[in-house]
Design a protein around this ligand. Structure first.
Ligand SMILES: NC(=O)c1ccc[n+]([C@@H]2O[C@H](COP(=O)([O-])OP(=O)(O)OC[C@H]3O[C@@H](n4cnc5c(N)ncnc54)[C@H](O)[C@@H]3O)[C@@H](O)[C@H]2O)c1
Length: 368
């Protein structure tokens, strides 16, 4: 039976998801929600949607079936839990939560899993990397056994601060912005690096040793700010649950055009993607990979306009809606999403201890 979906958070990113939700054949009704009255009015007019709410509390008090929460990253876990407790299926943008204190983040992971178990409602985290064409391509080759045993993986999220990130920080804090909010912790937002590797291999990170780089004279990543972190770039080496290894690089001072991608190596076959393109490799040679026609099935209107981040937006909407309609767990469910995040939390802790090898907490596989 078609469902009703509330869009919570109509900012720079959330706005991109309104049309695909509206276009989904299994969505019967769409409502909008934002604290900002002007944004609400603008999006209502732009997308021809009349049902509007000024707060999460208000929309959760309605009979809406599910909410897509695309608010500031420090709000996701508390808001998703509130939604599940109100009997709604909840989607949030990445990551599960983002705060300066890693222990507090782990605590929110505990609470998210507990709420998902207790309420029986769906939580899905919208990791765009899981639906990029290169991920779809590797998922297929992995399912066909063409990697053999996985041996080593690399996940990269290169996003130089000069590519819009100063503005992003300011607009997300809004009125609460002041210079003490400068900075961030790259490894506290690791999902674009960890997600594809975990999804394709089916393994997760169990141990990490990580280091950080502090740029001389950096005026953004500073001690004593809200984030209290000096590292603009962090690299972690991980032991995986299948015995393989992975390296994650979260770079915010990087003289590159920017990319979030991965490389995967197996005993039989390997995949590499870099700024020049994608390659499939075996012991006998290599061939370029054309990803332009790699896609999974989607409803017609969504397939015609898949949206940004490698066309992942349409897949994210489709997976969330169908998991609610079919009453099944979404691909990136609560248990998967904490596995995407916890490696980064522990990597930052390790970097603060000069690379000490640390165990990564795990919440296990979803029940059933
Ligand atoms: N590739 C990706 O996966 C990707 C890319 C960009 C952004 N993001 C994520 O998307 C999220 C949103 O980013 P953005 O740049 O759009 O932020 P934004 O600040 O532009 O938008 C957030 C919106 O949420 C609203 N909001 C906050 N609390 C609310 C509440 N209680 N009820 C209703 N509305 C509320 C705010 O008023 C604001 O309009 C972030 O968490 C970010 O991490 C992910």
């Amino acid at each position: 039976m078609p469902i009703s979906v509330g869009m919570v958070g109509l900012g720079a990113f959330g706005t991109h998801f309104i049309q695909p939700v509206k276009d989904h054949p299994e969505v019967a009704r769409v409502a909008l929600c934002d604290l900002d009255e002007q944004k609400l009015a603008d999006r209502s007019q732009q997308f021809g949607i009349d049902e509007c709410y000024r707060s999460l509390d208000d929309i959760l008090a309605t009979d809406i079936d599910a909410v897509m929460i695309i608010t500031q990253p420090w709000l996701h876990a508390p808001q998703a839990i509130q939604a599940m407790e109100a009997g709604k299926h909840a989607y949030s943008a990445v990551p599960v939560v983002m705060l300066p204190d890693g222990d507090e983040m782990l605590d929110w992971c505990d609470r998210l899993i507990e709420a998902a178990e207790r309420t029986g409602m769906n939580y899905m985290m919208g990791e765009t990397g899981v639906y990029r064409p290169e991920t779809i391509y590797c998922r297929r080759r992995a399912a066909a056994g063409e990697f053999g045993h996985f041996t080593y993986a690399e996940g990269h999220y290169f996003h130089d601060m000069s590519h819009g990130l100063y503005d992003v920080a300011r607009w997300r804090w809004g009125d609460r912005w002041d210079d003490s909010r400068r900075g961030g912790i790259p490894m506290h937002y690791p999902t674009h690096s960890t997600g594809q590797i975990i999804d394709i291999t089916g393994a997760h990170m169990t141990h990490v040793s990580a280091l950080g780089y502090a740029m001389p004279g950096d005026d953004w990543f500073l001690p004593g700010t809200y984030w209290n972190n000096i590292y603009s770039d962090q690299v972690g080496l991980f032991r995986m649950s299948d015995g393989s290894m992975a390296r994650i690089a979260e770079m915010r001072r990087t003289g590159t055009p920017g990319i979030d991608t991965f490389r995967l190596y197996g005993t039989q076959g390997s995949f590499e993607r870099n700024f020049a393109g994608s390659t499939w490799l075996t012991a006998d040679g290599q061939e370029p990979v054309d990803l332009s026609a790699v896609e999974d099935p989607l409803p017609e209107k969504l397939a015609a306009n898949k949206g940004g981040h490698g066309g992942s937006h349409a897949y994210l909407v489709h997976e969330f809606v169908m998991s609610c309609v079919e009453e099944r767990l979404p691909r990136v469910n609560a248990w998967a999403s904490v596995r995407y995040l916890a490696p980064g939390i522990m990597a930052h802790k390790s970097a603060l201890r000069d690379g000490e090898l640390l165990e990564i907490p795990d919440w296990g596989d979803p029940p059933g």
